[in-house]
Ligand binder design. Structure first.
Ligand code: SF4
Length: 158
């Protein structure tokens, strides 16, 4: 996706929400964002999740902000990452993001959508989500990388 005026405006808004004191979104919403982007052991990652050229980092390929330190979704420790911004738009309006929209009735019909899956999760399940790349279980990391490889191979075929 090309970087356009609305992408720039939306990211500028996120930066303003960070303020001078590195304000962060509260933990529960960040966990919802991590689920929305990365999935979990039962749910595949988002179709827009992309692997950075920097090992172990990921960015959103759907918002047009590209692959650089400031756009990496999560980091290894307490370092500020994109999913920390108090105000943050998601191209798919997924849970945890500022522009989140609830699923429609047809999303609950099999095969259910990722958004509906997250909405059905218990609070304790959301609470247990890890928010640093270093803590993602090895099995899930492999599943994420495989999903991204398959997506890339498919788009090369088209
Ligand atoms: S589209 Fe939304 S859920 Fe998907 S990677 Fe981008 S920000 Fe995350």
């Amino acid at each position: 996706m090309e970087l356009n005026f609305s992408n720039i405006k939306s990211f500028a808004k996120s930066m303003v929400s960070r303020g001078l004191s590195d304000k962060k979104i509260e933990p529960f919403s960040k966990k919802l964002r991590v689920l929305s982007c990365f999935g979990n052991e039962e749910m595949p990652p988002c179709e827009h999740l992309s692997e950075s050229k920097t090992e172990g980092k990921y960015y959103c390929g759907g918002c047009g902000c590209g692959d650089r330190r400031g756009t990496w979704l999560i980091s290894d420790a307490d370092e500020y990452s994109k999913l920390d911004y108090p105000s943050l738009q998601c191209p798919l309006k997924m849970p945890g993001f500022t522009n989140y929209e609830m699923s429609s009735a047809d999303e609950s019909v099999s095969p259910i959508t990722r958004r509906y899956f997250i909405e059905q999760m218990k609070n304790e399940e959301v609470e247990s989500v890890v928010v640093t790349s270093i803590d993602i279980p090895e099995k899930q990391k492999k599943a994420i990388q495989e999903a991204i490889r398959n997506k890339n191979a498919k788009s090369e075929e088209e």
